[in-house]
Design a protein around this ligand. Structure first.
Ligand SMILES: Cc1cc2nc3c(=O)[nH]c(=O)nc-3n(C[C@H](O)[C@H](O)[C@H](O)COP(=O)(O)OP(=O)(O)OC[C@H]3O[C@@H](n4cnc5c(N)ncnc54)[C@H](O)[C@@H]3O)c2cc1C
Length: 366
Protein backbone atom coordinates (compact mmCIF):
# COMPACT_ATOMS: atom_id res chain seq x y z
CA UNK A 1 0.00 0.00 0.00
CA UNK A 2 1.43 3.38 -0.99
CA UNK A 3 1.36 6.47 1.20
CA UNK A 4 0.17 9.80 -0.15
CA UNK A 5 3.80 10.95 -0.43
CA UNK A 6 4.89 7.80 -2.24
CA UNK A 7 2.00 7.94 -4.66
CA UNK A 8 2.66 11.62 -5.36
CA UNK A 9 6.32 10.79 -6.08
CA UNK A 10 5.39 8.00 -8.47
CA UNK A 11 3.01 10.22 -10.36
CA UNK A 12 5.47 13.05 -10.86
CA UNK A 13 6.05 13.55 -14.56
CA UNK A 14 9.70 13.11 -15.58
CA UNK A 15 11.11 14.28 -18.89
CA UNK A 16 12.58 10.82 -19.48
CA UNK A 17 12.09 7.40 -17.94
CA UNK A 18 14.72 4.74 -18.61
CA UNK A 19 13.58 1.16 -17.94
CA UNK A 20 16.52 -1.08 -16.99
CA UNK A 21 19.50 0.00 -14.92
CA UNK A 22 22.29 -2.02 -16.55
CA UNK A 23 25.22 -0.54 -18.49
CA UNK A 24 22.86 0.48 -21.31
CA UNK A 25 20.24 2.15 -19.13
CA UNK A 26 22.81 4.04 -17.06
CA UNK A 27 24.69 5.24 -20.15
CA UNK A 28 21.43 6.34 -21.73
CA UNK A 29 20.67 8.41 -18.62
CA UNK A 30 24.13 10.01 -18.79
CA UNK A 31 23.75 10.88 -22.49
CA UNK A 32 20.34 12.42 -21.88
CA UNK A 33 21.75 14.58 -19.08
CA UNK A 34 24.80 15.58 -21.16
CA UNK A 35 22.53 16.72 -23.95
CA UNK A 36 19.74 18.23 -21.83
CA UNK A 37 21.28 19.23 -18.50
CA UNK A 38 17.99 20.48 -17.07
CA UNK A 39 16.01 17.34 -17.90
CA UNK A 40 14.63 15.07 -15.17
CA UNK A 41 15.34 11.37 -15.62
CA UNK A 42 13.89 8.42 -13.71
CA UNK A 43 15.60 5.03 -13.97
CA UNK A 44 13.41 2.03 -13.14
CA UNK A 45 15.26 -1.19 -12.29
CA UNK A 46 13.61 -4.40 -11.20
CA UNK A 47 16.45 -5.84 -9.13
CA UNK A 48 17.38 -4.29 -5.79
CA UNK A 49 21.18 -4.58 -6.14
CA UNK A 50 23.02 -6.22 -9.01
CA UNK A 51 21.63 -6.37 -12.50
CA UNK A 52 21.10 -8.98 -15.18
CA UNK A 53 24.10 -9.15 -17.52
CA UNK A 54 26.07 -6.02 -16.68
CA UNK A 55 27.32 -7.23 -13.30
CA UNK A 56 27.48 -10.92 -14.17
CA UNK A 57 29.57 -10.87 -17.32
CA UNK A 58 33.10 -12.15 -17.81
CA UNK A 59 34.75 -8.72 -18.01
CA UNK A 60 36.27 -9.01 -21.50
CA UNK A 61 36.68 -5.62 -23.16
CA UNK A 62 36.68 -7.16 -26.64
CA UNK A 63 35.64 -6.45 -30.21
CA UNK A 64 35.69 -9.83 -31.99
CA UNK A 65 38.15 -12.63 -32.62
CA UNK A 66 39.28 -13.16 -36.24
CA UNK A 67 36.93 -16.10 -36.84
CA UNK A 68 34.02 -14.16 -35.29
CA UNK A 69 34.68 -11.15 -37.50
CA UNK A 70 34.93 -13.40 -40.57
CA UNK A 71 31.62 -14.97 -39.60
CA UNK A 72 30.00 -11.57 -38.93
CA UNK A 73 31.17 -10.23 -42.31
CA UNK A 74 29.20 -13.03 -43.93
CA UNK A 75 26.21 -12.59 -41.61
CA UNK A 76 25.77 -8.82 -41.74
CA UNK A 77 27.87 -7.64 -44.68
CA UNK A 78 30.86 -5.30 -44.63
CA UNK A 79 28.99 -2.13 -43.67
CA UNK A 80 27.01 -3.65 -40.79
CA UNK A 81 30.01 -5.50 -39.40
CA UNK A 82 32.22 -2.40 -39.66
CA UNK A 83 29.69 -0.34 -37.72
CA UNK A 84 29.53 -2.92 -34.94
CA UNK A 85 33.31 -3.33 -34.67
CA UNK A 86 33.81 0.44 -34.72
CA UNK A 87 31.26 0.88 -31.92
CA UNK A 88 32.96 -1.80 -29.83
CA UNK A 89 36.35 -0.11 -30.34
CA UNK A 90 34.91 3.27 -29.36
CA UNK A 91 33.22 1.75 -26.31
CA UNK A 92 36.45 0.20 -25.05
CA UNK A 93 38.26 3.51 -25.58
CA UNK A 94 35.51 5.33 -23.66
CA UNK A 95 35.71 2.86 -20.74
CA UNK A 96 39.51 3.15 -20.56
CA UNK A 97 39.47 6.95 -20.89
CA UNK A 98 36.64 7.78 -18.48
CA UNK A 99 36.72 4.93 -15.97
CA UNK A 100 40.12 3.25 -16.40
CA UNK A 101 41.69 5.31 -13.63
CA UNK A 102 38.73 4.85 -11.25
CA UNK A 103 39.72 1.44 -9.86
CA UNK A 104 37.65 -0.78 -12.19
CA UNK A 105 40.42 -3.35 -12.63
CA UNK A 106 40.94 -2.26 -16.24
CA UNK A 107 44.10 -3.41 -17.97
CA UNK A 108 45.06 -3.82 -21.58
CA UNK A 109 45.98 -7.48 -22.06
CA UNK A 110 47.28 -9.83 -24.72
CA UNK A 111 44.50 -11.88 -26.28
CA UNK A 112 44.37 -14.94 -28.52
CA UNK A 113 41.97 -16.99 -30.56
CA UNK A 114 42.77 -20.68 -30.26
CA UNK A 115 41.83 -23.08 -33.02
CA UNK A 116 41.10 -26.59 -31.80
CA UNK A 117 42.22 -29.96 -33.14
CA UNK A 118 38.99 -30.32 -35.18
CA UNK A 119 39.31 -26.83 -36.73
CA UNK A 120 42.29 -26.93 -39.12
CA UNK A 121 40.06 -25.66 -41.93
CA UNK A 122 38.80 -22.71 -39.92
CA UNK A 123 42.36 -21.86 -38.95
CA UNK A 124 43.47 -22.06 -42.60
CA UNK A 125 40.55 -19.84 -43.62
CA UNK A 126 41.50 -17.22 -41.01
CA UNK A 127 45.17 -17.29 -42.04
CA UNK A 128 44.23 -17.01 -45.74
CA UNK A 129 42.10 -13.95 -44.93
CA UNK A 130 44.39 -12.37 -42.34
CA UNK A 131 45.61 -9.55 -44.55
CA UNK A 132 42.12 -8.49 -45.62
CA UNK A 133 40.84 -8.87 -42.05
CA UNK A 134 43.56 -6.51 -40.79
CA UNK A 135 42.76 -4.05 -43.56
CA UNK A 136 39.09 -4.23 -42.59
CA UNK A 137 39.95 -3.62 -38.91
CA UNK A 138 42.11 -0.65 -39.82
CA UNK A 139 39.07 0.78 -41.65
CA UNK A 140 37.22 0.41 -38.32
CA UNK A 141 39.75 2.69 -36.64
CA UNK A 142 42.39 0.28 -35.33
CA UNK A 143 45.90 1.65 -35.65
CA UNK A 144 48.04 -1.45 -36.09
CA UNK A 145 47.61 -4.98 -37.38
CA UNK A 146 45.06 -6.36 -34.91
CA UNK A 147 45.43 -10.04 -35.75
CA UNK A 148 48.93 -11.53 -35.68
CA UNK A 149 49.52 -15.29 -36.00
CA UNK A 150 51.17 -16.76 -32.90
CA UNK A 151 54.59 -18.27 -33.54
CA UNK A 152 53.68 -21.46 -31.75
CA UNK A 153 50.28 -22.76 -30.56
CA UNK A 154 49.91 -23.45 -26.82
CA UNK A 155 49.22 -27.18 -27.33
CA UNK A 156 50.80 -29.56 -29.83
CA UNK A 157 47.42 -30.79 -31.16
CA UNK A 158 46.19 -27.31 -32.07
CA UNK A 159 46.51 -26.30 -35.73
CA UNK A 160 47.41 -22.77 -34.62
CA UNK A 161 46.38 -19.65 -32.78
CA UNK A 162 46.18 -15.96 -33.60
CA UNK A 163 47.12 -13.08 -31.28
CA UNK A 164 44.69 -10.15 -30.92
CA UNK A 165 46.01 -6.64 -30.17
CA UNK A 166 43.81 -4.13 -28.34
CA UNK A 167 41.68 -6.09 -25.87
CA UNK A 168 41.30 -5.36 -22.16
CA UNK A 169 40.01 -6.90 -18.95
CA UNK A 170 37.88 -5.27 -16.28
CA UNK A 171 35.86 -5.98 -13.18
CA UNK A 172 32.24 -5.45 -14.29
CA UNK A 173 30.88 -4.75 -10.80
CA UNK A 174 33.47 -2.04 -10.16
CA UNK A 175 32.77 -0.52 -13.58
CA UNK A 176 29.07 -0.64 -12.79
CA UNK A 177 29.57 1.27 -9.54
CA UNK A 178 31.83 3.87 -11.16
CA UNK A 179 29.20 4.47 -13.85
CA UNK A 180 26.36 4.41 -11.30
CA UNK A 181 28.13 7.08 -9.20
CA UNK A 182 28.55 9.30 -12.28
CA UNK A 183 24.85 8.98 -13.12
CA UNK A 184 23.63 9.59 -9.59
CA UNK A 185 25.76 12.72 -9.24
CA UNK A 186 23.66 14.34 -11.97
CA UNK A 187 21.00 16.68 -10.59
CA UNK A 188 17.49 15.62 -11.57
CA UNK A 189 18.26 11.89 -11.90
CA UNK A 190 16.35 9.46 -9.65
CA UNK A 191 16.24 5.69 -9.53
CA UNK A 192 13.55 3.33 -8.33
CA UNK A 193 14.95 -0.17 -7.85
CA UNK A 194 13.21 -3.37 -6.81
CA UNK A 195 10.18 -2.63 -9.03
CA UNK A 196 9.55 -4.62 -12.18
CA UNK A 197 7.53 -2.87 -14.86
CA UNK A 198 4.91 -5.21 -16.27
CA UNK A 199 4.23 -3.53 -19.58
CA UNK A 200 5.34 -0.71 -21.86
CA UNK A 201 2.60 0.27 -24.31
CA UNK A 202 1.97 3.48 -26.22
CA UNK A 203 4.57 5.25 -24.13
CA UNK A 204 3.04 4.18 -20.80
CA UNK A 205 4.91 2.11 -18.26
CA UNK A 206 2.68 -0.06 -16.07
CA UNK A 207 3.37 -1.87 -12.80
CA UNK A 208 1.56 -4.67 -11.03
CA UNK A 209 0.58 -2.34 -8.16
CA UNK A 210 -1.62 -0.52 -10.67
CA UNK A 211 0.68 2.48 -11.08
CA UNK A 212 1.22 3.84 -14.58
CA UNK A 213 4.15 6.16 -15.31
CA UNK A 214 4.28 8.58 -18.22
CA UNK A 215 7.10 10.80 -19.36
CA UNK A 216 8.17 13.02 -22.23
CA UNK A 217 9.84 9.86 -23.55
CA UNK A 218 10.24 6.34 -22.14
CA UNK A 219 13.41 4.51 -23.15
CA UNK A 220 13.52 0.73 -22.94
CA UNK A 221 16.94 -0.70 -21.93
CA UNK A 222 15.81 -4.09 -20.64
CA UNK A 223 18.01 -6.04 -23.07
CA UNK A 224 17.09 -9.77 -22.79
CA UNK A 225 13.79 -8.96 -21.08
CA UNK A 226 12.40 -6.86 -23.93
CA UNK A 227 9.96 -9.61 -24.96
CA UNK A 228 8.56 -9.81 -21.40
CA UNK A 229 8.03 -6.05 -21.24
CA UNK A 230 6.91 -5.22 -24.78
CA UNK A 231 6.31 -8.54 -26.52
CA UNK A 232 9.19 -7.90 -28.96
CA UNK A 233 10.08 -11.35 -30.30
CA UNK A 234 13.19 -10.18 -32.15
CA UNK A 235 15.30 -10.21 -28.98
CA UNK A 236 15.72 -13.68 -27.49
CA UNK A 237 17.13 -14.38 -24.04
CA UNK A 238 20.34 -16.42 -24.10
CA UNK A 239 21.66 -17.73 -20.81
CA UNK A 240 25.43 -17.81 -20.38
CA UNK A 241 27.26 -19.88 -17.77
CA UNK A 242 30.61 -19.08 -16.21
CA UNK A 243 32.91 -20.72 -13.66
CA UNK A 244 35.88 -19.40 -11.76
CA UNK A 245 38.55 -21.51 -10.09
CA UNK A 246 40.16 -20.98 -6.72
CA UNK A 247 43.59 -19.30 -7.04
CA UNK A 248 46.06 -21.59 -8.84
CA UNK A 249 49.83 -21.76 -8.49
CA UNK A 250 51.63 -21.19 -11.81
CA UNK A 251 48.53 -20.40 -13.84
CA UNK A 252 49.82 -20.64 -17.41
CA UNK A 253 47.39 -18.05 -18.82
CA UNK A 254 47.55 -14.27 -18.69
CA UNK A 255 45.05 -12.33 -20.78
CA UNK A 256 41.95 -13.14 -22.81
CA UNK A 257 41.36 -16.30 -24.84
CA UNK A 258 38.61 -17.06 -27.34
CA UNK A 259 37.68 -20.42 -28.87
CA UNK A 260 35.09 -21.88 -31.23
CA UNK A 261 33.91 -18.65 -32.88
CA UNK A 262 33.16 -17.06 -29.48
CA UNK A 263 31.25 -19.99 -27.95
CA UNK A 264 34.04 -20.47 -25.37
CA UNK A 265 36.13 -17.84 -23.63
CA UNK A 266 38.54 -17.79 -20.72
CA UNK A 267 40.78 -15.32 -18.94
CA UNK A 268 42.81 -15.01 -15.79
CA UNK A 269 41.38 -13.07 -12.86
CA UNK A 270 44.57 -12.59 -10.88
CA UNK A 271 45.62 -16.18 -10.16
CA UNK A 272 42.19 -17.62 -10.90
CA UNK A 273 40.94 -18.93 -14.22
CA UNK A 274 37.50 -17.77 -15.42
CA UNK A 275 35.92 -19.95 -18.11
CA UNK A 276 32.58 -19.41 -19.80
CA UNK A 277 30.50 -20.56 -22.72
CA UNK A 278 29.30 -23.94 -24.05
CA UNK A 279 25.84 -22.47 -24.68
CA UNK A 280 25.95 -24.20 -28.06
CA UNK A 281 25.67 -27.57 -26.25
CA UNK A 282 21.98 -26.80 -25.65
CA UNK A 283 20.93 -23.70 -27.58
CA UNK A 284 17.20 -24.37 -27.11
CA UNK A 285 17.54 -25.03 -23.36
CA UNK A 286 19.60 -21.89 -22.90
CA UNK A 287 16.98 -19.68 -24.57
CA UNK A 288 15.58 -18.70 -21.20
CA UNK A 289 15.49 -15.90 -18.62
CA UNK A 290 15.78 -18.38 -15.76
CA UNK A 291 18.95 -18.00 -13.70
CA UNK A 292 19.88 -21.67 -13.22
CA UNK A 293 22.80 -23.94 -14.10
CA UNK A 294 22.23 -26.24 -17.07
CA UNK A 295 23.93 -29.59 -16.22
CA UNK A 296 24.89 -30.24 -19.87
CA UNK A 297 26.72 -26.91 -20.08
CA UNK A 298 28.15 -27.38 -16.60
CA UNK A 299 29.65 -30.76 -17.55
CA UNK A 300 31.06 -29.44 -20.82
CA UNK A 301 32.76 -26.52 -19.07
CA UNK A 302 34.34 -29.00 -16.62
CA UNK A 303 35.70 -31.04 -19.55
CA UNK A 304 37.13 -27.93 -21.22
CA UNK A 305 38.72 -26.87 -17.92
CA UNK A 306 40.42 -30.27 -17.60
CA UNK A 307 41.69 -29.92 -21.14
CA UNK A 308 43.15 -26.50 -20.35
CA UNK A 309 44.91 -27.69 -17.19
CA UNK A 310 45.59 -31.38 -17.89
CA UNK A 311 46.51 -33.55 -14.92
CA UNK A 312 45.87 -30.81 -12.36
CA UNK A 313 43.48 -30.89 -9.42
CA UNK A 314 41.46 -27.73 -9.86
CA UNK A 315 38.99 -26.50 -7.23
CA UNK A 316 36.06 -24.47 -8.57
CA UNK A 317 35.42 -21.29 -6.58
CA UNK A 318 32.02 -20.41 -8.02
CA UNK A 319 29.64 -20.89 -10.92
CA UNK A 320 26.96 -18.49 -12.09
CA UNK A 321 24.75 -17.59 -15.01
CA UNK A 322 23.53 -14.35 -16.54
CA UNK A 323 21.11 -13.57 -19.35
CA UNK A 324 22.16 -11.99 -22.64
CA UNK A 325 19.72 -10.47 -25.14
CA UNK A 326 20.42 -11.80 -28.65
CA UNK A 327 19.13 -10.74 -32.04
CA UNK A 328 19.45 -13.07 -35.03
CA UNK A 329 21.87 -10.70 -36.79
CA UNK A 330 23.80 -9.98 -33.53
CA UNK A 331 23.16 -6.25 -33.97
CA UNK A 332 21.38 -4.36 -31.18
CA UNK A 333 18.38 -2.39 -32.36
CA UNK A 334 17.83 1.27 -31.57
CA UNK A 335 14.35 2.16 -32.75
CA UNK A 336 11.16 4.08 -32.06
CA UNK A 337 8.32 1.63 -31.56
CA UNK A 338 4.86 2.05 -30.08
CA UNK A 339 5.52 5.49 -28.60
CA UNK A 340 8.85 4.64 -26.89
CA UNK A 341 12.53 4.37 -27.79
CA UNK A 342 14.10 0.93 -27.52
CA UNK A 343 17.77 -0.07 -27.26
CA UNK A 344 17.84 -3.80 -26.57
CA UNK A 345 19.47 -7.01 -27.80
CA UNK A 346 23.00 -6.01 -26.81
CA UNK A 347 24.18 -9.61 -27.51
CA UNK A 348 27.30 -11.27 -26.17
CA UNK A 349 29.73 -8.34 -26.44
CA UNK A 350 27.58 -5.60 -25.02
CA UNK A 351 29.92 -4.16 -22.39
CA UNK A 352 31.76 -1.93 -24.86
CA UNK A 353 28.64 -1.28 -26.96
CA UNK A 354 26.75 0.12 -23.98
CA UNK A 355 29.35 2.90 -23.71
CA UNK A 356 29.23 3.92 -27.38
CA UNK A 357 25.96 2.98 -29.07
CA UNK A 358 23.96 4.82 -26.39
CA UNK A 359 25.37 8.13 -27.72
CA UNK A 360 23.34 7.59 -30.91
CA UNK A 361 20.17 8.08 -28.88
CA UNK A 362 20.52 11.84 -29.28
CA UNK A 363 19.54 11.73 -32.93
CA UNK A 364 16.27 10.01 -31.94
CA UNK A 365 15.14 12.60 -29.40
CA UNK A 366 12.10 14.75 -30.18
C1 LIG B 1 27.73 -14.59 -18.23
C2 LIG B 1 27.91 -13.46 -19.20
C3 LIG B 1 29.17 -13.14 -19.69
C4 LIG B 1 29.34 -12.05 -20.55
N1 LIG B 1 30.60 -11.68 -20.87
C5 LIG B 1 30.79 -10.55 -21.59
C6 LIG B 1 32.09 -10.06 -21.80
O1 LIG B 1 33.07 -10.61 -21.30
N2 LIG B 1 32.24 -8.94 -22.56
C7 LIG B 1 31.16 -8.29 -23.10
O2 LIG B 1 31.33 -7.30 -23.82
N3 LIG B 1 29.90 -8.72 -22.87
C8 LIG B 1 29.70 -9.81 -22.11
N4 LIG B 1 28.43 -10.22 -21.83
C9 LIG B 1 27.30 -9.43 -22.38
C10 LIG B 1 27.12 -8.12 -21.61
O3 LIG B 1 27.18 -8.34 -20.22
C11 LIG B 1 25.78 -7.50 -21.98
O4 LIG B 1 25.70 -7.36 -23.39
C12 LIG B 1 25.59 -6.10 -21.37
O5 LIG B 1 25.86 -6.13 -19.99
C13 LIG B 1 24.17 -5.63 -21.63
O6 LIG B 1 23.90 -4.52 -20.81
P1 LIG B 1 22.40 -4.01 -20.71
O7 LIG B 1 22.39 -2.90 -19.74
O8 LIG B 1 21.87 -3.77 -22.09
O9 LIG B 1 21.58 -5.26 -20.15
P2 LIG B 1 21.45 -5.81 -18.66
O10 LIG B 1 22.71 -5.70 -17.91
O11 LIG B 1 20.82 -7.15 -18.79
O12 LIG B 1 20.44 -4.79 -18.01
C14 LIG B 1 19.06 -4.82 -18.27
C15 LIG B 1 18.38 -4.40 -16.99
O13 LIG B 1 16.98 -4.27 -17.18
C16 LIG B 1 16.35 -4.71 -15.99
N5 LIG B 1 14.97 -5.06 -16.31
C17 LIG B 1 14.57 -6.04 -17.14
N6 LIG B 1 13.23 -6.07 -17.21
C18 LIG B 1 12.79 -5.06 -16.42
C19 LIG B 1 11.48 -4.58 -16.07
N7 LIG B 1 10.39 -5.17 -16.58
N8 LIG B 1 11.36 -3.52 -15.22
C20 LIG B 1 12.49 -2.93 -14.71
N9 LIG B 1 13.74 -3.36 -15.00
C21 LIG B 1 13.88 -4.40 -15.85
C22 LIG B 1 17.17 -5.91 -15.58
O14 LIG B 1 16.99 -6.24 -14.20
C23 LIG B 1 18.57 -5.45 -15.88
O15 LIG B 1 19.17 -4.85 -14.77
C24 LIG B 1 28.21 -11.31 -21.00
C25 LIG B 1 26.94 -11.65 -20.54
C26 LIG B 1 26.78 -12.70 -19.64
C27 LIG B 1 25.40 -13.03 -19.15
Amino acid sequence: MLSYWEQEYWQRRFDFIVVGGGFTGLNLALCLKDHRPKATVLIVEKTPHFVAASTKNAGFACFGSPSEVLHDLQLMGEEGCAELVRLRREGIAEIARTYGHRGIGYRAVPAHEWFLAHQPELYAQVIDNLHSLNRFMSGCGFAEPVYVPDVKPAYANMPGSVGIVGEGQLNPVLLYHALFDSVMRQPGVRMISGHSATYLRQGELGFDNGMVLRAGLVLNATNAFDSQLTGNQEVKPARAQVLITEPLANLPFDGNYHMDEGYYYFRNVGKRLLLGGARNMDLAGETTCEMALNPVVHERLDQVLQGLLPGREVAIGQRWTGIMGMRADKRPSLEHRDGSLHLTGMSGMGVALAFSLTKQVLSYLP
